[in-house]
Design a protein around this ligand. Structure first.
Ligand SMILES: CC(C)(COP(=O)(O)OP(=O)(O)OC[C@H]1O[C@@H](n2cnc3c(N)ncnc32)[C@H](O)[C@@H]1OP(=O)(O)O)[C@@H](O)C(=O)NCCC(=O)NCCS
Length: 161
């Protein structure tokens, strides 16, 4: 079942992020705030009453037709079953009636699973996916891989930065 997150889901989301060993683990407080204030642009996947995956995002303040996916993850035992793409699809379907047609996210070049998942979403929607450098390692105060900006835009939509 896919649904918007509740405050009570924040601990599970934090755990999934931490256990991924891929995502930055944000503070537990950050996930609590997300589950309180960004429920319209976030989705959790629940199996047998347990949260097994999530996507958290926000509408870009300077570009409210764009939803930015901050983090998406599926717990290891549930990966490869279409949950990741289902979460992104649900997010896009939720925001589409509000005029949101573009998705942005950043992915490190060494994350083929994530790149494949976003490519699958774009392909199935007949949308275009572009990539450009956004944050190089030098702008991070700690050791961090580069983050490339991926944009998924519907066909015929003009590219904007
Ligand atoms: C990225 C992630 C969310 C994908 O979730 P998932 O539920 O396994 O994804 P899906 O089952 O919906 O698969 C989507 C597509 O990605 C492909 N894919 C999934 N894992 C893959 C992998 N390890 N390598 C290559 N392709 C992969 C699938 O084959 C599928 O493509 P297809 O439809 O063309 O066959 C999951 O791997 C994850 O949680 N990773 C750790 C956290 C992370 O990296 N998050 C993204 C950070 S930006």
């Amino acid at each position: 079942m896919l649904r918007p997150p509740r405050v009570g889901d924040a601990a599970d989301i934090w755990r999934i992020a931490k256990d991924s060993h891929v995502l930055d683990t944000n503070s537990s407080y950050a996930y609590l705030l997300w589950c309180r204030d960004f429920t319209g642009t976030s989705v959790v996947a629940e199996v047998d009453g347990r949260v097994v995956g999530f996507v958290i995002g926000y509408l870009r303040p300077q570009s409210p037709d764009t939803v930015f996916v901050w983090q998406v993850a599926v717990q290891r035992s549930e990966q490869g079953r279409g949950t990741g793409t289902a979460l992104i699809r649900q997010l896009l379907d939720t925001v589409a009636p509000h005029g949101v047609s573009t998705l942005e996210t950043t992915v490190s070049p060494d994350n083929p699973a994530s790149i494949a998942m976003f490519a699958a979403v774009a392909r199935r929607r007949g949308a275009r996916m572009t990539r450009q450098p956004l944050f190089d390692p030098g702008v991070f105060p700690d050791r961090h891989a580069a983050e490339d900006l991926y944009r998924i835009t519907p066909p015929n939509q003009e590219e904007r930065r």
